[in-house]
Structure formats: structure tokens, C-alpha cells
Design a protein around this ligand. Structure first.
Ligand code: ATP
Length: 891
């Protein structure tokens, strides 16, 4: 909600706090809480959340329910009240189950949305802290920096070269400069440069602003309110499943028509034929499938969260399971992102080693193994000062009194190094102008006032900084940076990077009035080597990828030699390194060929990432790509699975991603792949299981009709089996633990779909066997009356299904390998299914609904014995297929 005065752009920065009853030191905690109460949360309402009745109504939208309702009406019309009631009861049960499942999935997603919510840095009670952007209120003081998303509408109080991308609001793709200061009242919205709007992204510089509007009262909120609509997101998986059911539906419609024709020729009663038609329709459609899929994906989201992957789209977990290429960053993913300067090389040839770990400010400087004071090395103080001045990080102390840094680890390492020489960041002059660091520019430049004039400081990748230098500070003297110097420095740099150090150089120049910040006449001051130790778990994770047939490509903005050293230290094998500039010189064919051998890409930009995704995708690969910068957003969107860094990622990257990696760790990606594979396997398991059950029902019903027998299964009975007994057991298949070899086999082909041809054959065979057994039981028992025969067929179907359940616990392994009791949910589900069937046979109301008669103990035993061969059939099938595959692999 907005604070009272809407003409914020007409106010000067000094007037803004008063108008909002706030101060530069921010609101107090209690005032913020009171305002939150008054103005509400800072959220865009994303359309109405569906209420329970709406979800319930949705359950009646399917054509099957329509068929059933018509069937119930006709039954009622011809006086078959019990039939009608049974069908209606089951329709209601279906609606309740579906509603419960959808509601639960919805709740899960809501919890996730909250966790993934935008964060903002706010000043309250004079202290900076990062909070969920949802708690921002008018009057809050918010800090902005490059890469951050603007969390509410803000009136600027101060800024340093602040630029924002307003494309989401205005469609304008060029960054817009924002600066504080009063504007005339008639200034149009798009030109209000003293207001930064919610939903835009900071691409350069920094700023401080006071919140003037939150939630739906922001400009973005107003637009969002206009175009609000409920979007139903269909995942590729549900689409594939829809297609599958539609195919089956069409096929069976044909069968049903044929069956009715045959029935008419046989001279059967019309009502009986009608019932048969309805039974068949019900038998064909896997009613429980959509709900089971949604629920299992929702469970998967939780499982992935335990593995530090926050999933932003339901289907991402499944896609993650089928990735064939992972393109990963280096910093933070393969390394720990704990940076410390370990050496400083000055152009005069001095090499200063730094002793002492972490943020210990008492560590010493060594030259040739001797401890020296920082002032004893000419050029060292100048280098350290430049590194600290062109910097946003600061030293901090956490609650336990442990020293640490605030800000980027690379910058923090330089602040710590300077502090060790007594140069403290907070005592240096304030930044007046800035061109922020970005992975694309690989440098950062600032202007400060120092010694009576303006001085520019630059830090960045050494070759980039060198490109802006014409002079060099060597042995305390400023000399021209000629070709000889350049060659020498470059040779040094290559050697230093070979040790895996991340190199960062600094430079300085005095500015004259009217100078551009980045005129190319800087003085080169030297470079630091920053050590970022590799993550130990990355090595195992990489080995696992190799076994799992997943290609890993390291894509980094860092120098080739550094990238290679780090990649090798975690066990990645690659023929050499490819640089971004070399990639540009290659055509697609040559590049693709090169990528077969070369798995390290260095000094690349976001465009290169896009090209790599493109090439791999054309080859039929499923690509996961990590990213953290604003520039990475297009690549994250384009990759099959875009993975944003949770710790060092920008808001823009997170927003464009499918998965946010909580701990930035490569090993978590691989753990996520294993989880995704488990999920994909399980979806295949229960889909096939449910389909085999449906086929069994269709075969029994059609077979009975062709053989001139009475209707084998009533519509209500079939519905009961599909929804209740099968539904329960299918859910249990969804939580099967991962199969032993999940990460020891190649990724499933993305084109294979839920039901590859060979698997389809297996499903049809086992389904036909179930159908034949049901039919046999029915035919043999018919002598003892139709109702008893039907009860036996109905119960037989359930018992056979339960036996068949064990066939689908694993797609590859036999029952001896998986064990009978290794999934307790499955045993419980089987027991529940069985108990429900006992109720259907013995409980009088259900007896009336399903037309069942009580069975004897011997009947149950007999059914079990008849069903057992199904398990043997499944086992031999798996064995035969397994042998076939092994033979193929050997070849
Ligand atoms: P990745 O995360 O993809 O492994 P990276 O993080 O090493 O790559 P970038 O962050 O794009 O790559 O950094 C590229 C280069 O830019 C670094 O090698 C370093 O020299 C320089 N650099 C990094 N951070 C900064 C910074 N804050 N200011 C100036 N230069 C920087």
C-alpha cells in the first residue's frame, strides 16, 4: 500500500524521510511492525489462490466424470438405484481424493514460493540486515547494489552511478540512469529518474532509497493487477501423460463401439451392453494417474530441497534426472568460494607471500621467506590501497565474535590484505562515481577525491586492466608500459595462474576535469593471487558423473590457467582449455568437435554460454547450466535446467532459473540428478503398473463379451479398483527408494517418453495375463451363480494387482535384489488395499454397492495361488531384457 503522498518525484532527497516519517537510520523495529500491520505485506497477489471448493469443482471437469454421471442417470432411469448410487459414491470419492491431493500440492508450492521470495537489504534501528522483501513497509530505507532486484518503489536518497534495467516495466532494453533530486510535478512516469521501481534490476552502481509504495500499490503492482490471470502451468511430463491417456482413450472408444456392435449381433440386452460400455470406458482410463503424478512430483520437490536444490517448477526435478551435460561455474561450485590473498606480485619483480589464514588481520608479509613490514616493499602500499579503495566489501565480526567479511569474497580478500598493512577500507575516501564489476567487463572502476584531486582506481582481470594502462609503477617509479614490459608481465601472469590462483590486478590514474572514468592511461600497480581451495566433495561428484554418463563442462570467467588448475585438482579430464575468444573464431561444427575433448572453457561471457547450450541441444543433449550474474539470465532460461547460485547468485539469475542451488555446491547438483532419476524411474514404475492394470480390465471385459459370457466386471467395481486399490499402491511406488545403479547407467534418452516401445510390450503382456486370469476365474465360477463369479473376478483382479505390484518395484532388478520389505510404504499400501477389498466383499453396504457375495478362506488362497505366476512372468521378462541389454553393451 502507498504512503499518503503520491508525488514523491517532486521531493528533494532531504524532504523524503520527513514526508514518510522516517530517518536515514531507518524505522524502528516496532514502527516497522506497526506499519506492516497497517499497509499489509509487500507482495503482488498472484491472482486468487484457488479455494477448496474451486479445486473440488475442477475434479468434475474431466470427460470421464461426465460419462459416469450420464451412466448414473441412465441407471436411475431404468430403476437400477443401487448401481446409480455406487457410481455416484465413487465419483464423490474421486473428487475428494483429487481435491485433497491437489490442495496438498498447492500448499507445498506455497511454502516453496515463500522460501524463494526476494530478499532486500534494509536499514532499521541504524543497522543493516537482509530481510524477506515481503516485510518491507513505506518508510523503510533500502540499499541497492549491482545485481539486486528492486524490492518496492523507492525514492532515491543517494546514489553512485546507479543504473537499472526497467525492461519488465517499460520494455526499454537500455539501462536507465537513476539519480536523486527533485523533479517537476508534470514529469512523466518513465522519466522519473529519482524513483526506482519494483521489479526492475540494478545493473550498475549503488544507491539508497526510501520505500514509498509496496505490493499492489507499486507501479509494477498496478500493471500486474491489470493483466492478472490464473495460468495453468502444464509440465512436459503431464503433457506427455495427457497424450498417453488420449491415445488409449481413442483406441478404446473404437473397441467399445466394436464391442457394442458384437453384443447387439449376439442379441444381448441393451442395458447390459450399455453397462459394458461404461465398464470399458472406466477400465481404460487410469483415473488415479494425474493425482499420483502431481503428488509424487511434490514429494520430489521436498526430497530435492533436502539435497539443497530449491525447485522453482514442478517438472524441473524430473528434467534434472535426465540431464546429459552439466555446464558448471568454477567459483563456489567446484571451489569453496573462501578467498584469501596468498601472494602479491609487483611490476618491479617483487613477490610478496602472505602468511596467515582466513580473516586474521595480524598475519605477516614475507619476501624470500623473510618477514617484512608492508612499507619496506616499494609499491605494496599503493597496490593494497587501490585494491581496498575500489571495493564494496568490509570487515565484520559475527555474533560469536568471529571475524568475517561482508560483500563479495574476492573483494573481501583484498580488504583483508589491506587491513594487514594497516589500510582500513572505512578510512579511505568515499566512492563518488563507479562502473560496477560484471562478469562481462571483468573489471570495476571508481572515482574518489584524494590529495586535493580526483583519482580513478581500477581492479579486475589482469589482462583487462593491462589493456587500460600505459604506465607502470616499478620500484617506486612510474615508467612507460612498453611492449617489453607487457610481454614480461604476461609471462609472469601465466605462470602464476598455473598454480590455480585467481588473479586480480589494480591500477590508478589522476583525473582531469571532464575525463571519462575509464580513459586508457592508468598506471599498472601489480596483481594479487587469490587462493580459493577446491571443494573436496566435488571430486567424488565428478567421478559419479563420469559413471552416470553425464558430461561435465567447466565454464568460467576466470583465466585459462587458473581454471585448468582448479578443474584438474577436482579430477576433471580435458584436453587443454578453450578461451572465449578462440570460440568466437570457430564455426559451429569445429566448436562442437572441439567440445568433445575440451571440457574447460575460460574467460567466457554469457553469450558463449548461450552458444554452448545451443550446440549441445542441437546434438540432442539435455543441458543443465549454472549461472550467477545478471547476464546469465538468458542462458539460465534457455538451458533445459537453469541452476542459479543460492549464495552468490543475483536476483536476476535466481528469477530466470528452474532450480536454485542453496549452497552453490557442485556435489548438490549431482545429488539432485540422482534424486531426479529416482523420481523419473518411479513415475515410469507407477505409470506402467497402472496401465497394466487397465489393460487387464479391458481384456477381461472384452474377452468375456466375445466369449458370450455375462458382464465380467461392473463399472463400479472397475472404478473402485482403479481409484482406490490401485491408487493407494501406486502412491507407494512413487516413494520407492532409488535403485542401486541409478547413477551407474547412462541418462535415459529424452525422446523415450514415459513408455518406450519395449516397456510397452512388457506392460501389454502382463496386463493381458492379468485379464486372462480374471476371465478364467470368472468363467470357472460361473456355475455357482453370476454374483459369486463376479465377486471372484473382482477380488481376483485386486489380488493379481497386488502380486503384480512387486513386478514394478524396480524397472530392472528382480525381487530377490530389491527385497520384499525394503519399502515399508508399499507393504502398508498393499495391506490397506487388501483390507479395503475385504470390506468390499464382507461389509453389507459395500456388498450392496458392488453386488458382492461373501467368499470363503479357500477362495482367497486360490486366487493368490492363481496370481503367483504373474510374479514369475515378470521376473523372467526382466531377466531376458536385462541379458539382452548386457549383450548390446558388450557389443
Ligand atoms: P565462475 O564463477 O564462472 O567460475 P568467476 O567467478 O571466476 O567465474 P568472474 O566472477 O566473472 O568469474 O570473474 C572473472 C574475473 O574478473 C576474475 O578472474 C577476476 O580477475 C575478475 N574479478 C572478479 N571479481 C571481481 C571484482 N569484484 N572486481 C574486479 N574484478 C573482479
Amino acid at each position: 500500500m502507498a504512503a499518503p503522498d503520491p508525488r514523491w518525484h517532486t521531493l528533494a532527497p532531504v524532504e523524503v524521510p520527513d514526508a514518510l516519517s522516517t530517518r536515514e537510520s531507518g524505522l524502528s523495529g516496532t514502527e516497522a511492525a506497526a506499519r506492516l500491520e497497517r499497509y499489509g505485506e509487500n507482495r503482488l497477489s498472484d491472482g486468487e489462490k484457488p479455494s477448496v471448493p474451486t479445486i473440488m469443482l475442477r475434479q468434475f471437469r474431466s470427460s470421464l466424470v461426465l460419462v459416469l454421471l450420464v451412466a448414473a442417470a441412465i441407471s436411475l432411469a431404468v430403476g437400477e438405484r443401487v448401481d446409480a448410487l455406487a457410481i455416484l459414491l465413487i465419483v464423490a470419492l474421486n473428487a475428494i481424493l483429487g481435491t485433497a491431493q491437489e490442495w496438498q500440492a498447492e500448499q507445498g508450492m506455497e511454502a516453496l514460493r515463500r522460501m524463494l521470495g526476494l530478499r532486500a537489504v534494509v536499514v532499521r534501528d541504524g543497522r543493516e540486515s537482509e530481510v524477506d522483501a515481503g516485510v518491507l513497509v513505506p518508510g523503510d530505507i533500502v540499499l541497492l547494489e549491482s545485481g539486486r532486484k528492486v524490492p518496492a518503489d523507492l525514492a532515491l536518497l543517494s546514489s553512485t552511478t546507479l543504473q537499472v534495467d526497467e525492461a519488465p516495466l517499460t520494455g526499454e532494453s537500455e539501462p536507465v540512469t537513476k539519480v536523486e533530486g527533485a523533479l517537476p510535478e508534470e514529469t512523466p512516469l518513465a522519466e522519473r529518474e529519482n524513483i526506482v521501481f519494483m521489479g526492475t534490476t540494478v545493473v550498475n552502481g549503488r544507491g539508497t532509497g526510501a520505500v514509498v509504495a509496496t505490493g499492489m500499490e507499486t507501479e509494477f503492482g498496478r500493471i500486474a493487477g491489470l493483466s492478472r490471470r490464473v495460468e495453468e502451468v502444464k509440465t512436459p511430463l503431464t503433457r506427455r501423460l495427457d497424450l498417453l491417456s488420449r491415445r488409449i482413450g481413442e483406441m478404446t472408444l473404437a473397441v467399445a463401439v466394436l464391442v457394442v456392435l458384437i453384443g447387439l449381433l449376439q442379441g444381448r440386452e441393451v442395458y447390459e451392453l450399455f453397462l459394458t460400455g461404461v465398464s470399458l470406458a472406466v477400465a481404460v482410463i487410469p483415473e488415479g494417474l494425474p493425482a499420483v503424478v502431481t503428488l509424487s512430483l511434490a514429494v520430489g520437490v521436498k526430497a530435492l530441497m533436502r539435497r539443497h536444490c530449491l525447485v522453482r517448477h514442478l517438472a524441473a526435478s524430473e528434467t534434472l534426472g535426465s540431464v546429459t551435460v552439466i555446464c558448471t561455474d568454477k567459483t563456489g561450485t567446484l571451489t569453496r568460494n573462501e578467498m584469501a590473498v596468498s601472494m602479491i606480485a609487483l611490476p618491479g619483480g617483487e613477490r610478496v607471500e602472505m602468511e596467515g589464514r582466513g580473516y586474521d588481520p595480524t598475519a605477516t608479509f614475507l619476501v624470500d621467506g623473510e618477514v617484512v613490514g608492508p612499507d619496506a616493499v616499494p609499491g605494496l602500499p599503493a597496490f593494497l590501497r587501490a585494491g581496498a579503495a575500489c571495493n564494496h566489501a568490509s570487515l565484520s565480526v559475527d555474533e560469536d565474535g568471529k571475524p568475517g567479511i561482508l560483500g563479495s569474497p574476492t573483494e573481501g580478500a583484498l580488504v583483508v590484505a589491506a587491513a594487514r598493512a594497516g589500510i582500513r577500507r572505512e578510512e579511505l575516501p568515499a566512492i563518488e562515481e563507479e562502473v560496477s564489476f560484471s562478469s562481462a567487463r571483468k573489471r570495476m572502476t571508481v572515482a574518489v577525491t584524494e590529495g586535493g584531486g580526483q583519482v580513478a582506481y581500477m581492479k579486475g582481470a589482469p589482462e583487462v586492466v593491462l589493456g587500460h594502462c600505459t604506465l607502470v609503477l616499478a620500484g617506486g617509479r612510474v615508467l612507460p608500459l612498453d611492449e617489453r614490459w607487457r610481454r614480461m608481465l604476461q609471462g609472469d601472469l601465466d605462470e602464476a595462474a598455473g598454480g590455480g590462483l585467481r588473479l586480480i590486478a589494480t591500477a590508478r590514474r589522476s583525473m582531469k576535469a571532464g575525463d571519462d572514468l575509464e580513459e586508457p592511461d592508468f598506471i599498472f600497480l601489480g596483481y594479487a593471487g587469490i587462493l580459493d581451495p577446491p571443494r573436496e566433495e566435488a571430486r567424488d561428484a565428478l567421478a559419479l558423473c563420469r559413471r552416470a554418463g553425464i558430461d561435465v563442462v567447466v565454464i568460467t570467467g576466470d583465466a585459462p590457467a587458473t581454471a585448468e588448475a582448479v578443474a584438474r585438482s577436482v579430477g576433471l579430464s580435458s584436453t587443454g582449455v578453450l578461451r572465449g575468444a578462440e570460440m568466437d573464431a570457430m564455426d559451429d561444427g569445429a566448436l562442437l568437435e572441439k567440445l568433445r575433448e575440451t571440457k574447460i572453457l575460460a574467460r567466457v561471457s554469457a553469450e558463449h554460454k548461450l552458444r554452448v547450450i545451443d550446440l549441445f541441444t542441437r546434438e540432442g543433449a539435455v543441458v543443465a547450466m549454472t549461472g550467477d550474474g545478471v547476464n546469465d539470465a538468458p542462458a539460465l532460461k534457455k538451458a533445459h535446467v537453469g541452476i542459479a547460485m543460492g549464495v552468490k547468485g543475483t536476483d536476476a539469475a535466481k528469477e530466470a532459473s528452474d532450480i536454485v542451488l542453496v549452497d552453490d555446491n557442485f556435489a548438490s547438483i549431482v545429488a539432485g540428478v540422482a534424486e531426479g532419476r529416482r523420481e523419473t524411474d518411479n513415475i515410469a514404475k507407477f505409470t506402467r503398473y497402472l496401465l497394466s492394470s487397465n489393460i487387464g480390465e479391458v481384456v477381461a471385459i472384452t474377452g468375456g463379451l466375445l466369449a458370450g459370457l455375462p458382464l465380467v466386471l461392473l463399472p463400479a467395481q472397475v472404478l473402485w479398483v482403479n481409484l482406490v486399490t490401485d491408487g493407494v499402491t501406486a502412491l507407494a511406488l512413487g516413494v520407492e527408494p532409488a535403485e542401486k545403479g541409478v547413477m551407474h547407467r547412462r541418462p535415459a534418452s529424452p525422446a523415450a517418453g514415459v513408455l518406450p516401445r519395449r516397456a510397452a510390450a512388457g506392460v501389454v503382456l502382463i496386463g493381458a495375463a492379468i485379464g486372462a486370469l480374471v476371465l478364467m476365474v470368472f468363467a470357472l465360477a460361473l456355475g455357482a451363480g453370476e454374483e459369486r463369479a463376479r465377486t471372484l473376478a473382482f477380488t481376483g483382479l485386486v489380488v493379481f494387482e497386488l502380486v503384480n505390484l512387486f513386478n514394478f518395484r524396480s524397472l530392472h532388478a528382480g525381487i530377490l535384489e530389491t527385497g520384499v520389505f525394503s519399502n515399508p510404504f508399499l507393504i502398508a499400501a498393499a495391506a490397506i488395499s487388501l483390507l479395503l477389498q475385504v470390506a468390499a466383499v464382507y461389509a453389507p453396504p459395500l456388498q450392496a454397492a458392488f453386488r458382492t457375495v461373501p467368499l470363503g478362506g479357500a477362495d482367497w488362497l486360490l486366487l493368490l495361488l492363481v496370481g503367483l505366476p504373474l510374479l514369475l512372468a515378470g521376473e523372467s521378462y526382466k531377466r531376458a531384457v536385462g541379458h539382452g541389454e548386457k549383450k548390446k553393451e558388450r557389443r
